[in-house]
Design a protein around this ligand. Structure first.
Ligand code: HEM
Length: 152
């Protein structure tokens, strides 16, 4: 084994199967199904934001405000957020279970993963659905923003 090779897992965790739903199996299936959905969501997101219209130079506050005004893009972004965070946290849980030998440390890390993913999911979902470009505009704001918000 060379120095840059990742060591084989030292703590393959194989807890005795209990009755009830096989969560490991559903987690395995989730990684594949969410992976396929994420290809569409992530590359669709990149294509629309970076290649259509003015491309990357067209991204500014107005662009984001315009997208978040549409329920279609709100749901697109929220779906991407939920699927990617649960996918990432579950993937990291697999790695932690494989490599962390100390049981208490493993438990703390897995809890920290789900807590941080849960916090970001709640925060991100709130931001997407409560985003208001006119909240707190002042006379120092750009002209188009004052005009647009005054017209609403
Ligand atoms: C293009 C979209 C994506 C696809 C198709 C995809 C696909 C997959 C698949 C099939 C696995 C399971 C691999 C295995 O069990 O051996 C996996 C694992 C994983 N994914 Fe993704 N994924 C995508 C995006 C993401 C994103 C956005 C994140 C981070 C938020 C992420 C983080 C992870 C992690 C941490 C693992 C665990 C790796 C491991 O077990 O060694 N993936 N991915």
């Amino acid at each position: 084994m060379t120095a840059d090779t990742i060591a084989a897992p030292r703590s393959p965790r194989t807890p005795a199967r209990k009755s009830g739903p096989n969560l490991e199996k559903w987690g395995w299936i989730y990684m594949r199904v969410s992976g396929v959905a994420l290809i569409i969501l992530i590359f669709g997101h990149l294509f629309v934001n970076l290649m259509l219209g003015e491309g990357i130079s067209g991204i500014d506050f107005a662009f984001v405000a315009g997208k978040f005004a549409s329920p279609f893009w709100q749901w697109w972004d929220v779906l991407m957020l939920w699927l990617a965070l649960i996918h990432g946290a579950n993937g990291m849980r697999t790695i932690v279970n494989d490599y962390v030998t100390h049981e208490t440390t493993r438990r703390v890390l897995v809890w920290a993963l789900w807590l941080s993913a849960g916090f970001l999911i709640v925060l991100g979902t709130l931001v997407v659905f409560t985003f208001d470009p006119c909240l707190g505009i002042e006379s120092s704001s750009t002209d188009w923003l004052i005009e647009t918000c005054a017209a609403l």
